[in-house]
Write a protein that binds this ligand. Structure first.
Ligand code: DLL
Length: 436
């Protein structure tokens, strides 16, 4: 099949020309941020760097980093670089404690984000003849809105399903002959399992491709999904802070994801020292948005551990590639597609009058994550009836649901029964095998 591109000139641009484009955009972007974001201007002043010091992409390393802690400190409007009247949308994801990350978009930002998602859909073989079923969550989560917009740009008939209601997903998929499915890999596996239980064979399923991301998944999982659904499964990566899905996307070669580097410049750093590492090294991925207007983060530390490669790709795209993320340099977990920080659980426990003696246990049954939190009972909360304890567990689980957006099963356990560690407390037991 002849390879198709959504924006060929950019996607196949020679590296030198791309560098030139990135340099021009960066110089403008640094000025924009310095002039409009006092928070970042202070960081630059403290580092002794001014916009005049940034003459090309080679000077990027002179700029300070931003991290989730900065987003928390500057919450909610402190990193906004455009007047509110120019902003048209927010999206949001978990913060490390009670404050969520809120990202802002101008219409220009929404457009460039949707272009990125459109590139991903076209790379997965999508055209205006396709029926694209978007089963990522809609709302504050970026998955649904991002792929919805990309699907419109490609001209696919878009089914804005959101996630869940699996029987309804299957009904629409089969009645309307959906050809592309966009959702988390674990939900794709679940849909596949349900179709299989209902007696569908891969050849009865109209799908030809899937665009799956937002959480780590293995090659083994990819093969399983491809087999049950009878499709080719493509990875897609992104994060709310930079836009959402579509920061990077897989092509037919399926050996890593092309980064949309005309919009997002990627660096790999040593997570301990901050030193920029050469191409091919494993380290923390850092992104600079080169042309976003409202929420243009410069040198944002993603905490995703990854490797970059400029090896020639058979699809003809020249965009740099990132490997599947290989883990994180912080303690963020992704449970059922939702980002969870242990510190969020701790915040809830303290708010509810418990001690921060807890343990999170994550496992996977079939294709669904299980999420249990053991919490030590305190003297003040003590109840000697089973119904009393159940009510307390339910109340805690509800408070955690409000903080996290997903439901844990809470177990109140005897005081001092959670093993005390002599070093760092073991807060998380993750029994899933998500990394190859
Ligand atoms: O998960 C955006 C997204 C939506 C990506 C739909 C792909 C598809 P956040 O909720 O901000 O945004 O979570 C971002 O999720 O830093 C990674 O740790 C993880 N992540 C995202 N995509 C992948 C992937 C969305 N393909 C965080 N593989 C990121 C592994 C991923 N991890």
């Amino acid at each position: 099949m002849q390879e198709r591109y959504f924006q060929k000139e950019i996607e196949t641009m020679p590296a030198e020309q791309m560098k030139q484009l990135q340099s021009e955009k960066l110089v403008k972007q640094v000025k924009h941020v310095y002039e409009n974001v006092p928070y970042y201007r202070d960081l630059m002043d403290k580092k002794g760097v001014t916009p005049d010091d940034i003459k090309s992409i080679e000077d990027l390393h002179k700029l300070p980093f931003l991290s989730k802690a900065d987003l928390r400190d500057a919450y909610p409007y402190g990193l906004l670089a455009k007047p509110l009247k120019d902003c048209v949308r927010i999206q949001s994801t978990s913060g490390t404690t009670g404050r969520r990350v809120v990202a802002f978009y101008t219409q220009h930002d929404v457009d460039l984000w949707e272009d990125c998602c459109a590139r991903a859909i076209v790379a997965a073989g999508g055209t205006d003849e396709d029926v694209c079923q978007v089963a990522y969550g809609y709302g504050l989560f970026t998955g649904g809105p991002g792929l919805n917009g990309g699907s419109h740009k490609v001209g696919c008939l878009t089914l804005p399903m959101s996630s869940g209601f699996t029987d309804r997903q299957i009904q629409f998929m089969t009645d309307l002959n959906a050809t592309i499915l966009c959702c988390t890999p674990s939900y794709a596996a679940y849909i596949g399992e349900t179709l299989e239980e209902k007696g569908f064979k891969p050849e009865d399923i109209p799908l030809k491709a899937g665009i799956f991301g937002a959480e780590p998944w293995t090659e083994e999982m990819r093969r399983g999904i491809e087999k049950t659904l009878g499709i080719k499964a493509y990875d897609i990566y992104g994060l709310t802070e930079t836009t959402g899905p579509g920061v990077a996307f897989e092509c037919s070669e399926q050996t890593g994801m092309h980064i949309n580097e005309d919009h997002f410049y990627a660096e790999i750093i040593d997570p301990d020292t901050g030193e920029v590492l050469p191409e091919g090294s494993k380290g923390e991925l850092v992104f600079t948005s080169l042309d976003k207007e409202a929420f243009p983060l410069l040198r944002y530390r993603t905490r995703d551990i990854c490797v970059l490669s400029r090896k020639k790709c058979s699809c003809g795209r020249t965009l740099i590639k990132m490997a599947k993320p290989m883990g994180r340099s912080d303690d963020m977990l992704i449970i059922r597609g939702v980002n969870v920080f242990p510190s969020q659980i701790e915040t809830v426990l303290l708010n509810e009058g418990y001690q921060p003696n807890y343990q999170i246990i994550v496992d996977r049954k079939g294709n669904t994550d299980t999420f249990d939190v053991n919490v030590e009972m305190t003297a003040e909360h003590f109840s000697d009836t089973v119904s009393g304890v159940t009510a307390l567990e339910k109340k805690l689980a509800e408070a955690m649901k409000v903080m996290l957006g997903i439901n844990p099963t809470v177990h109140l356990v005897a005081p001092k029964s959670i093993v005390r560690s002599e070093g760092k407390a073991v807060r998380v037991i993750d029994k899933r095998k998500l990394h190859d």
